[in-house]
Design a protein around this ligand. Structure first.
Ligand code: NAD
Length: 343
């Protein structure tokens, strides 16, 4: 099947190209797909690139709003394959109304995101970036690099699904006390030295808080002035989930007073304009994102927590398998996004 692949970077072309080649080598009738790669995000301006092409493949910041979907439908596109698990960028009801199937990769490597989360915690706590910068300048002074033992500290994990569960397991291995909060409990975790508590208790007692719940109307700005005021002074906050969970302006205010002691972000509220792009000659308009970068106790990565060899292979293989199943009229099962998932 012909596929217009949007928002592609060299690594997308590499992993999708290699997975497609494996399908072709494995043979069989109509093996593999005809992939056309575009750097551009899918938007109302770029959608014309997909006209007449039955399949479109997109990522987290591509736009699947009613306008883009109707233009896709008018251009004879029948299936959209997301190279990610989340589908908050897609108007699923409108896609269903137009008869466009949306497929996704429900799980690739929760370990990748969990391990990056712990990486942010350790790098912030032990000031690894500052230490490395000093050493490069021949400065071996330890003053200013003082950290704390994670052993014995209390860590609050909000969202105990696939990623939150692994984060909890790693942290209990470190000897942390883990406080959990979720709308659905995972009984296996409560037996592993962690306990479920109300959100208020988690904010009040945690030295570190890490976010692993999805972005929904209920969780939008879960971290705000009120919740930050309830937290322990100097608390560390980590977000590898979705940017909209944190009111960034409130986080900046609390960083200034020291109430928020450390902030580690892999995701950011306004990320669609600035992430996954080279911006060295671009004037960034978002002052809050730039203000964040001025704090010595803030560490930002640009939505790379998932980015491991294992994840990229799984994403590429599952995406192509979704397209093959669609082409053959086979059911997509849990890989098909439906309105029932958002009710
Ligand atoms: P998951 O669906 O397995 O788990 C999410 C958990 O959040 C579930 O247990 C759910 O019950 C819980 N939850 C829902 N609403 C909640 C609420 N109001 N309060 C507390 N908990 C609530 O998802 P996952 O695979 O563990 O992914 C977690 C998040 O990580 C997702 O939002 C996803 O967007 C994000 N993610 C980020 C990256 C990255 O590269 N940074 C990669 C993959 C996933």
């Amino acid at each position: 099947m012909r596929v217009a692949v949007f928002s592609t970077q060299p690594y997308d072309r590499k992993f999708l190209g290699e997975a497609n080649q494996r399908l072709i080598n494995a043979g069989g009738p109509r093996a593999g797909h005809e992939l056309g790669f575009y750097e551009s995000r899918l938007t109302a301006e770029s959608v014309a690139l997909a006209f007449g092409i039955p399949a479109v493949c997109v990522f987290v910041n591509d736009e699947l709003d009613p306008l883009v979907l109707s233009m896709l439908s008018g251009g004879e596109t029948k299936v959209v394959a997301l190279r990610c698990a989340g589908f908050s960028n897609a108007n699923v009801a409108e896609a269903e109304r137009l008869g466009i199937t949306i497929a996704r990769v429900p799980a690739y490597s929760p370990h990748a995101v969990a391990e990056h989360t712990i990486g942010l915690m350790l790098a912030l706590n032990r000031k690894l970036l500052n230490a490395h910068a000093r050493i490069r300048e021949g400065n071996s002074d330890l003053d200013g690099l003082l950290g704390f033992d994670l052993y014995g500290k209390t860590v609050g994990v909000i969202g105990t699904g696939r990623i939150g569960t692994i984060v909890t397991q790693i942290l209990t291995g470190f000897g942390c006390q883990v406080l959990l909060n979720d709308v659905q409990r995972n009984p296996a975790l409560a037996n592993a030295g962690a306990k479920y508590v109300e959100l208020g208790t988690l904010f009040a007692e945690s030295d570190v808080i890490t976010l692993h719940c999805p972005l929904t109307p209920e969780t939008h700005h879960l971290i705000n002035r009120e919740s930050l005021a309830k937290a322990k002074p100097g608390v560390m906050l980590i977000n590898t989930s979705r940017g909209g969970l944190i009111n960034t302006a409130a986080a900046v205010e609390f960083l200034k007073t020291g109430q928020l002691g450390f902030l580690g972000l892999d995701v950011y509220e306004e990320e669609s304009d600035i992430f996954f792009r080279g911006l060295s000659d671009y004037v960034i308009q978002d002052d809050t994102s730039l203000r964040l970068l001025t704090f010595p106790n803030v560490l930002v990565t640009r939505h790379q927590a998932f980015f491991t060899i294992e994840s990229m292979r799984t994403i590429a293989e599952t995406t192509l398998a979704n397209l093959t199943a669609f082409e053959r009229g086979e059911p997509l099962g849990a890989n098909q996004v439906s309105v029932d998932m958002i009710r």
